[in-house]
Design a binder for this molecule. Structure first.
Ligand SMILES: Cc1cc2nc3c(=O)[nH]c(=O)nc-3n(C[C@H](O)[C@H](O)[C@H](O)COP(=O)(O)O)c2cc1C
Length: 218
């Protein structure tokens, strides 16, 4: 039986089939625009689930935490995602409204890193996001208790059934704890490995109303 270390050493990394050069002399003025270009390419090349990202937060004790979430939009307010304010991540963002987002697209050997403050979007946007979700997802959100200990699977089935009944009696029910957030980066880094394993890194840093751009040592 192969040990873990040997097994891991045999796996490939940065082996993407669509690796290209990153021409940093010809990039847009904002990280939003460059992200849009990179995402378009990821979609065109069928990168699996390129809208999934790691959201890293800090808890009340100053300990880091991280999990995957789905990117819902990108605009001048930042990178948008939805979460429950009652969940650990929601509580953490309530206490420390700063976070990091990280993307990795293996086929392209690209990484994007963002850091900055996180703010809730307007309440109407959160309500609209809640309503666009299928009934079962809305029932799960209404049931809440995310990341609490589940004593038995039956407890969950019961809670979901109860919320589905509530929803069929009152389809306009909303979950006030379901919130859209935007991370407005102070820093955004675009990282590209090429076929020769040279790493090109470009960082945008907020400077007043402008973005300052720098290359970084690999
Ligand atoms: C691919 C993927 C996408 C996910 N998207 C979301 C999301 O958009 N919002 C969310 O609250 N949880 C999402 N989750 C679940 C979270 O990763 C996490 O398990 C859950 O939100 C509880 O996190 P917390 O205990 O840190 O609050 C997703 C998980 C995966 C694997």
């Amino acid at each position: 039986m192969m040990d873990m270390k040997t097994k891991l050493a045999q796996l490939q990394v940065l082996s993407g089939h669509a690796i290209s050069q990153f021409d940093t002399s010809d990039v847009p003025d904002t990280p939003q625009e460059l992200f849009g270009q990179w995402l378009d390419r990821a979609i065109a090349l069928d990168v699996a689930e390129p809208q999934v990202m790691t959201l890293s937060t800090i808890d009340a004790e100053g300990e880091p935490d991280a999990r995957m979430v789905v990117l819902l939009d990108v605009n001048e307010q930042g990178w948008h995602f939805a979460a429950s304010t009652l969940s650990p991540k929601g509580q953490q963002l309530g206490t420390t409204p700063r976070a990091a987002l990280t993307f990795y697209w293996p086929d392209l050997a690209q990484q994007v890193r963002l850091r900055g403050p996180v703010l809730p979007l307007a309440a109407e946007a959160s309500v609209a996001d809640f309503f666009r979700r299928p009934e079962r997802s809305r029932a799960a959100i209404l049931a809440g208790r995310q990341s609490e200990v589940l004593e038995t699977p039956e407890d969950l089935q019961l809670a979901l059934r109860w919320q589905l009944e509530r929803l069929s009696a009152e389809p306009s029910l909303i979950a006030p704890h379901w919130v859209l957030f935007a991370l407005a980066p102070k820093e955004a880094e675009f990282w590209q490995a090429d076929a020769g394993r040279h790493f090109t890194r470009l960082r945008y840093r907020r400077s007043g109303e402008q973005w300052e751009r720098n290359l970084l040592w690999p």
